[in-house]
Design a protein around this ligand. Structure first.
Ligand SMILES: Cc1ncc(COP(=O)(O)O)c(C=O)c1O
Length: 368
């Protein structure tokens, strides 16, 4: 029988990120049922905390869907896309493509506007596409985890808004690690995950809906029961049974959000930027470069080019077996071409970056 882990693996892949001892301890608090008054008070706190972390404007509804980032994605899409809704989906990586497919599965008439993998999306390309044929909705990924690219969400949302389209934004790899400002973006449906920049285990997906998105979703319910916004809002705010939320995951998310608030959102972003820069400098010193140009990089997730002649899987195996460090492989067309190194949440520290660089140097020096 497989056994539980008994060493602390350093999680430096595309997610999950390391969970702090404080958040792990929070999960040991006695269980509460999903309708307990004390649970409802915790959910009310989390809703406010998430509103602050998303920087959601007044009138929005922020909460967490029971499930991973993909559940957040489905929740936003199934509440905003209806049969025949014209959608422009911006795709410059694996997760943009996934978002586009989920919009299709929800019945949307999806037009993909594609960009190069490894480069940020161009707002002019979106403007052109919207001029050619309008859309009710534009869907985009802020932090494209497959390529390490940050897309210019504020400009993209402005272009969409000028064309009268609502917006969906994926912040799975940015929330808690780099600037996310739903109020400034004026985005309508935004989702994330608990296991990256926020530093909780996976299983609770933060989401936020604008006032107009809530109103629209309540007026015309979508096909999903589990992700129905009106039912979820009635559970979170009016204690009407919808599903049996996981108490340990609620405790973990609450504690992780408290840690974020104690650190301060901007200080946390600055920490991520600083440690990302240190990693980039250290990688350069051992001859490694990142895929995206400097101005388009994430601070949370680094797509590091695999040098010619290096067996990328062997390097990952060495890191894991000798140093208990996990980094990620490339996805899709980038398989074998990049490593994906996540330095986020509790993993974004100077000692961790130095340890990773030292281990990587050793792993690259091994005879192959
Ligand atoms: C940008 C992005 N969107 C969506 C997801 C899906 O999240 P999950 O694996 O938590 O379901 C991920 C996962 O890494 C992601 O990076």
């Amino acid at each position: 029988m497989a056994k539980l882990p008994d060493t602390t693996r350093l999680l430096l892949g595309p997610g999950p990120s390391p969970v702090s001892p404080r958040v792990m301890r929070a999960m040991q608090a006695p269980s509460l049922s999903h309708l307990d008054a004390d649970m409802m008070a915790l959910l009310a706190d989390i809703s406010l905390q998430l509103g602050r972390v998303f920087r959601a404007p007044a009138g929005s509804f922020s909460f967490a869907v029971s499930g991973t980032g993909s559940a957040g994605l489905e929740a936003v899409v199934t509440n905003l896309v209806r049969e025949g809704t014209p959608v422009v989906a911006l795709v410059n990586g694996y997760f943009g493509d996934r978002l586009a497919s989920v919009c299709e599965r929800a019945g949307g008439r999806v037009r993909r506007v594609t960009g190069e993998w490894g480069r940020a999306l161009d707002p002019e390309a979106l403007r052109g596409a919207l001029r050619e044929g309008g859309a009710d909705l534009v869907a985009m990924v802020h932090a494209e985890t497959s390529t390490g690219v940050r897309n210019p969400v504020e400009s993209l949302c402005a272009v969409a808004r000028a064309a009268g389209a609502a917006t969906i934004v994926d912040t799975v790899t940015s929330l808690g690690g780099m600037p996310v400002d739903v109020g400034a973006w004026q985005a309508d449906g935004v989702y994330s995950c608990s296991q990256k920049g926020l530093g909780a285990p996976s299983g609770m997906a933060p989401v936020t809906f604008s006032a107009r998105a809530v109103e629209q979703a309540r007026r015309t319910p979508g096909r999903s029961f589990y992700f129905d916004l009106a039912l979820l809002q009635d559970y979170w705010t009016a204690r009407k049974y919808h599903h049996t939320i996981s108490a340990p995951l609620v405790y973990a998310l609450r504690e992780a959000l408290l840690e974020v608030e104690e650190e301060g959102l901007e200080a946390r972003w600055a920490r991520h930027e600083r440690n990302h820069q240190q990693l980039v400098r250290g990688l350069a010193a051992i001859g490694l470069d990142l895929l995206p140009p400097e101005a388009e990089r994430l601070w949370t997730l680094n797509a590091v080019r695999v040098p010619d002649g290096v067996d990328e899987a062997a390097v990952r195996r060495t890191l894991l077996e000798r140093y208990d460090i996990e980094i990620g492989a490339g996805l899709g067309p980038l398989a074998g071409k990049v490593w994906r190194v996540g330095v986020m949440g509790n993993g974004s520290t100077e000692p961790i970056v130095l340890l990773l660089l030292a281990a990587l140097r050793e792993a690259l020096a091994l005879p192959r």
